[in-house]
Design a binder for this molecule. Structure first.
Ligand code: SAH
Length: 262
């Protein structure tokens, strides 16, 4: 059978208003949807379109399933939250492609970008990503925790704004506390920390606290945690939430401000 394809789709962080028209078109065109159950639940059922839901931890298996279905002529949309290339299914599908059937290399594979959580969170808060920033997944399911802390220490010393994806879960309860303690050794106590939860969904919540008051309990699995750089600051407004922003210009070297704090 011909005509099979795989499209990697990002649903954005929340509601349909943050789904791109290109991703919507790929969803409309698909005969099969593959993804983690809660993400598939966000896509309305439609006759003639099959949903193959699966558990969060079986990404490679899900990726192989998508490629095998496409090779059999199905138009498959693999669904991720946010952007499919950010800590999500696109990399899993390419990993499965690399190690899989040679015939899969002939399949059209398209990646449709989506709004990733850190961009949605930043937009709600103001402009915290106005200067240099980085993103780190705190999950140590796929990499050793020592690597996570080494990377955190390096970017804290280099004075990036740091976006933490997958900050905490039942299976990983202590990692975020350790990351915040590490941050406190490099950054001033008043550094703004954002806890952006379920941004774009009905249960959205945004909390901005100084680093000295940031606690792991303020986050859950649906939270993006953002730790400011030394230049990230607040604009207080009477009767309104403060704006968080990072100016685009930096005049002093981070090494003078962020290292050696004890
Ligand atoms: N591909 C996704 C990220 C998957 S990792 C993206 O681009 O956004 C899952 C993590 O993303 C969660 O643990 C949380 O840290 C973050 N996240 C996803 N959706 C979110 C939302 N609506 N609000 C805040 N954080 C979110």
């Amino acid at each position: 059978m011909s005509g099979g394809r795989v499209t990697l789709i990002g649903l954005g962080p929340g509601g349909a208003h943050w789904l791109t028209p290109a991703a919507q078109a790929a969803l409309d065109d698909a005969t099969d949807l593959i993804g983690y159950g809660p993400y598939l639940d966000r896509v309305p059922d439609r006759e003639g379109r099959l949903k193959h839901g699966s558990d969060n931890r079986v990404e490679l298996q899900r990726a192989r399933h998508a490629l095998a279905l496409a090779a059999a002529g199905h138009r498959v949309a693999v669904v991720s939250g946010g952007d499919p290339g950010v800590f999500a299914m696109a990399a899993a599908v390419f990993e499965a492609l690399e190690a899989g059937e040679p015939g899969w290399l002939d399949l059209p594979i398209l990646v449709e970008p989506g709004i990733t959580a850190m961009l949605a969170a930043a937009a709600r808060a103001g402009a915290p990503l106005g200067g240099d920033f980085c993103a780190i997944s705190l999950s140590d399911n796929l990499k050793p925790w020592e690597l996570v802390t080494a990377r955190l220490a390096a970017v804290l010393a280099a004075d990036f704004v740091i976006c933490l994806y997958n900050p905490i879960s039942k299976a990983r309860p202590w990692q975020l506390g350790e990351a915040l303690a590490l941050a406190a050794r490099h950054r001033a106590p008043e550094t703004p920390v954002l806890f952006a939860r379920a941004i774009g969904r009905p249960d959205e919540a945004l909390q901005v606290v100084p680093l000295a008051q940031a606690r792991a309990e303020m986050a859950d699995m649906a939270t993006l945690v953002m730790i400011g750089a030394s230049t990230t600051r607040l604009i207080a407004r009477p009767g309104r939430e403060p704006i968080v922003y990072t100016p685009r210009s930096v005049t002093k070297s981070p090494c003078a401000t962020s290292q050696g704090r004890t």
